[in-house]
Design a protein around this ligand. Structure first.
Ligand SMILES: [Zn+2]
Length: 424
């Protein structure tokens, strides 16, 4: 009997989703399908899937289909954030050290539920979360609560605690007599094998490693792991069907990360032609996190547009421009959390401002390119038959001005409408 009840309980979620066979016919002015813009298209959704997309005249729903007219709007795949920290919030409100050391995981997780909601309402239907920064596996728990429909939020793939080498990571500068809790899990040498496996066991969807950090003699970015160590992490992650992503700012750390098999480089502040070519050769995707640097420098007093650009901003611009010019695959990942959740478009605006990227290419990066980088391109990041119904619509045409992506008027995730201002 007990077994029978358990069996029924296991079936319950499937039964619920099968009942969600609501059908919608969405009629915007234009549809960006993840690659191209199409005027006069419509999209048909049934349950949690897109079942048709094409010229308005050719798409018809059934008797039960609800028609949503989206006059003046552009419909597109839900945006994908490639580099988030839902467990963090802006450092000008609370210093990173304080968030890591003085705030409990429970408190941070409660805050994170609000961050998740703000993210979804801004049209971001998926995030790749790059580490909890001292909040253990709260990302795994948050992901579960979102998946179960307990709280609204984007789909999440998560790193868990992330890995750093001994001595490299923060919080820093405290009395050495004290054992300070770090923002990620330290491991070195062969110990990395156990730690990678432990993180996977606790829910990491991929492995994030800090391949360098500010621990040079002058506080500059220096590689924190040897090439062999990074190769070990990559091999252990791969053998479980997961992959490696690396925080790397310095040239040498990027070189080691790429050669070790990392799939994405985070930050990359010192890309030159040689590194750009190496990234292309190894099919590495670059997540620039322009917004993090732009925001942090403003928190430190830089008056953008008035003062001279700080060195960190200059380096970032130069590095990003080289990546664009050399044709490196570039995703959208802003390190959101450093700046407010829901303001994810900030990174996309800087991709235009810093590197002269065209709005359409930035939109492609935030959907098609990011979906591939997340190994989810058969589910999300495109509008075509068979894909998950993760959609957003904005007032206006973002190919004319990328900031139009802020004018969100409609958000659907998994076939469920979370925001609808089409009738307002
Ligand atoms: Zn980050």
């Amino acid at each position: 009997m007990l077994r029978r009840i358990l069996f029924l309980l296991l079936l319950l979620p499937q039964m619920l989703s099968a009942q969600n066979s609501t059908s919608y016919l969405l009629q915007p002015d234009r549809v960006f399908d993840g690659t191209e813009m199409h005027e006069g298209w419509a999209v048909l959704v049934q349950g949690n899937k897109i079942i048709a997309a094409g010229a308005k005249e050719s798409i018809r729903g059934g008797k039960e289909t609800q028609v949503i007219s989206m006059a003046g709007m552009t419909l597109m795949p839900g945006l994908i954030e490639g580099h988030s920290h839902l467990l963090l919030y802006p450092y000008n409100i609370t210093d990173w050290d304080v968030q890591v050391l003085k705030e409990s995981d429970s408190y941070r997780t409660v805050r994170a539920t609000v961050h998740a909601k703000n993210t979804l309402m801004a049209g971001i239907t998926t995030v790749r979360d790059l580490g909890t920064e001292g909040a253990g596996y709260s990302d795994v728990a948050l992901k579960r609560a979102i998946t179960e429909g307990i709280v609204p939020g984007p789909r999440m793939i998560v790193a868990g605690r992330a890995i750093v080498s001994t001595g490299s990571y923060g919080p820093k500068g405290y009395d050495t007599d004290m054992q300070i809790m770090l923002g990620a899990e330290p491991a070195d040498g062969n110990e990395l094998i156990r730690v990678v496996r432990d993180q996977i066991g606790k829910g990491a969807d991929f492995i994030k490693v800090y391949a360098d950090y500010r621990w040079g003699t002058k506080g500059e970015d220096q590689p924190s792991f040897t090439l062999e160590e990074l190769k070990t992490v990559n091999e252990v992650a791969r053998s479980s069907g997961r992959y490696l992503v690396c925080h790397a700012k310095s040239k040498e750390a990027m070189r080691r990360a790429i050669l070790a098999g990392a799939e994405t480089i985070e930050h990359g502040d010192f890309i030159d032609e040689e590194i750009a070519q190496l990234m292309k050769e190894h099919k590495v995707t670059y997540f620039p996190t322009l917004a993090a640097v732009d925001a942090i420098n403003q928190y430190r007093g830089w008056k953008k547009g008035k003062d001279e650009e700080p060195a960190a901003v200059k380096n970032k611009k130069k590095s990003f421009r080289i990546a664009v010019e050399q044709g490196v695959t570039i995703g959208v990942g802003g390190d959101v959390g450093v700046f407010p959740h829901g303001e994810n478009v900030y990174e996309m605006e800087l991709m235009a401002e810093y590197g002269g990227m065209k709005p359409l290419d930035i939109m492609k990066a935030a959907t098609n390119v990011n979906a591939r980088a997340l190994h989810m391109d058969n589910e999300i990041g495109a509008i075509k038959s068979g894909m998950l119904a993760d959609l957003m619509a904005v007032k206006g045409d973002p190919t004319k001005n990328i900031s139009e992506l802020r004018k969100v008027g409609f958000v659907m995730k998994d076939g469920v409408i979370y925001r609808d201002e089409t009738r307002k």
